[in-house]
Write a protein that binds this ligand. Sequence first.
Ligand code: GLN
Length: 286
Amino acid sequence: MNVRELYESLSDKLRCGRIDSPEAEARFMIYEVLNFTATDFFLKSQNEVADELATKLDEMCNRRINGEPLQYILGKWDFMGRSFKVGKGVLIPRPETEQLCEMIIKRLKDKKNAVVYDLCAGSGCIGLTLKRECPDIDIYLVEKSGEALKYLMDNATEVCKNTFLTIVKGDVLQLDLFELYPLADVIVSNPPYIKSDEVPLLQKEVTFEPAMALDGGEDGLVFYRYIISQWSQKLKSDGEMFFEIGEEQGKEVSSLFEGIGFNSRVIKDYNNHDRIVTGRKTPYDI
Ligand code: GLN
């Protein structure tokens, strides 16, 4: 079978399996297994594909039809133009989170040697991107899950080669562990924020992702409540917190900030849903 024929048969199979973008997903799988660029895909469409590679691609389609996310099957996903290793045990980086990173990068551009914490770092997509974009920052990536840490360390090696950064295996809900760590200019977190009883109801793909990265406790706010009330002590007087939130949590998270006398802002994502909340002591009109 040549590349073109294989592509058509994989797309058909995914389409019958009710996958939304069968052609695009078939192409992603082919790029990965045949080590093709988009240009190769056109230039080499008549090349014969070895049987074992065709079988491998067929098995990938079976996993996909069974609901496994494409990102886990490929073993990597793009975040702000860089490839991050992902798989079972770590949350897949989302496009909404790119917007969070862009905001922080803007904020860090006029600071020198800022201390930054990425709490619940997962794959490291946020903290490692910040370190690449703003190399003078002193970044601490905190993650509790041993499984996620494996991806985080591999991604740190790949994305931030030869740069100094700190990875901490620890629970962000235990601030006492961080007593000896420096005060922060920026604390960022995309914590688990789904209400516990809604976790089992998520779409099939999401159920493949670790519950630990999704479950934000009974009201979904456990991490925001703790980080805002406790980690605010770890913030410099002109420091700022940045959170990704679920689209219905804007009011609740900003009132947690108001509760400690902070100013806050709720920012919408490109789909016009509340997605980011920031908080700081300094007023926002300055
Ligand atoms: N910080 C990581 C991300 O944004 C992981 C978040 C999490 O595990 N809740 O993808």
